[in-house]
Design a binder for this molecule. Sequence first.
Ligand SMILES: N[C@@H](CCC(=O)N[C@@H](CS)C(=O)NCC(=O)O)C(=O)O
Length: 222
Amino acid sequence: MTYHLILGDRAYSSWSLRAWLLVDRWDIDADISYVSFLSRDVEAQLERATPSRTVPTLVLADGTPVWDSLAVAETLAEAHPSIWPEDAPARAVARSLAAEMHSGFGALREVCPMNLRVAYQDWDPGDGVAADLRRLERIWDYALDRFGGPWLCGEYSAADAFYTPVAARIAGYGLNVSESAAAYVRAHLEEPSFRAWRALALTEGPDLPWYARSYPQADWPG
Ligand SMILES: N[C@@H](CCC(=O)N[C@@H](CS)C(=O)NCC(=O)O)C(=O)O
């Protein structure tokens, strides 16, 4: 089946990145189109996929819209089951990790919006972000220790795709994490699909000023 995947700006759309990683890593046949965040009318641009109002949106061959990244992952996994680990305990933990990302880490998401065009250093992200980072370290360590790496639940799975934008935030905002978390972040920065996405993110689309921060800048660390 050929899907239609609708994404947002590559530099800024963290949820779009998650869905695209699944399509790219699993070599899934999908026509890709983009909405623009510049005009801030994403819902109107998605009119053809009603009632979707955010990206990513996956449109099935019969026109059915799937309008949430976790639903996109589950729908793609019906035809590509290896999106989730084969081993049942690893699959359960992978789903827990992806679900916690999907519903949590509000401070990190709010204070550090994904921006793949710039890196910062030497600023104070505050207690809320620090608490989110400690929680990430805890659940990443649990999964990496239990399933032996190199990805969270062994082989690369949807859980890792869901944490790629988190890794990009930790790297891009110069956030302090434990050595094991930093190693997991580096694995994402070196991962070929992420690198391909970021290369396009650097050249496609305008700079959106509302994502810019006034912190001291650094070289991108990957
Ligand atoms: N829970 C949704 C969130 C999707 C979301 O918020 N997407 C953002 C882009 S990263 C969006 O479309 N924003 C446009 C808007 O809210 O108007 C998911 O997991 O897909």
